[in-house]
Design a protein around this ligand. Sequence first.
Ligand code: Q5B
Length: 256
Amino acid sequence: DEVMVAPLIRTTISDDRGDEPCYDGYPASELINKGYEIPHVVGLLWDKRLISKQEAEIIKRIMMLSADHGPCVSGAYATILAACAGIGLSQSVAAGLIMIGPRFGGAVTDAGRYFKYAVDNKMAVDEFLAHMKKNVGPVPGIGHRVKSLRNPDKRVKELVGYVKSLNIKTPCLDFALEVEKVTAAKKDNLILNVDGTMAAVLVDIGFPIDSLNGFFILSRTIGLIGHWVDQKRQDSRLIRLFDYLVNYAAPKRREV
Ligand code: Q5B
């Protein structure tokens, strides 16, 4: 007798029950043989749509520009620290990924959310900044520890220049650039950063807000894996901070 069992989970993106996986219905073999690329797979699995060639090119550029930003940023540093402690690849990469949050790399979703909110509600920049100050805090997508008007972020310029050259409608990006004009005039490191730029562009090409941090996570995973392999290749030693890098502010040793 057949037994009816209520399904445990429901999926709407992929199916592996045939001889190969289908991404939102498209067989993987057809995608690879018909010239589709990684951004198309992202489009199918994250937004259930076969994106255009132009959208795929934008995503490819976002991924290439954000794949790594050297060893000093929170994510790479955490992965390197773990690698040097002898931790395996997946855990070391996870350690780096865990650093991606509201200050480092994980501001993409919220940047997209608030820029879109401002555009949808036809807010003026000053009104938006006042709203953020009162209700949210630092504007996600704005500000950088080392990049500034005097030391611009070439990744941002490159992405903005490319997207602008396409002559597509970019209301979120346009708004984000207007925000930057005001914030950077107040303090020169309050520029539109790489998270904010990706966010605005991705909202403009229709990606769902909840998927946006995924673009940084996916791209930066390439770099984190690179840092782990790099440390292994060099047979790096355990890292222990030198005392002179610590401000010991605890009370001096005393008698009980
Ligand atoms: N202030 C990024 O800040 C950072 C403000 C602001 C209004 C803001 C800060 C921030 C929003 C989150 C964000 C993504 C923490 C950054 C990335 C990838 C990366 C990383 C890499 C890569 C840097 C000093 C004063 C304070 C603040 C005010 C700062 N940001 N006001 N809106 N957004 N941004 N993150 O320099 O009056 O002195 O109290 O949180 O978008 O992660 O390369 O490193 O590829 O790996 O540490 O590029 O901007 O300055 O936080 O001490 O603030 O500026 O209120 O004002 P800092 P803070 P006051 S891209």
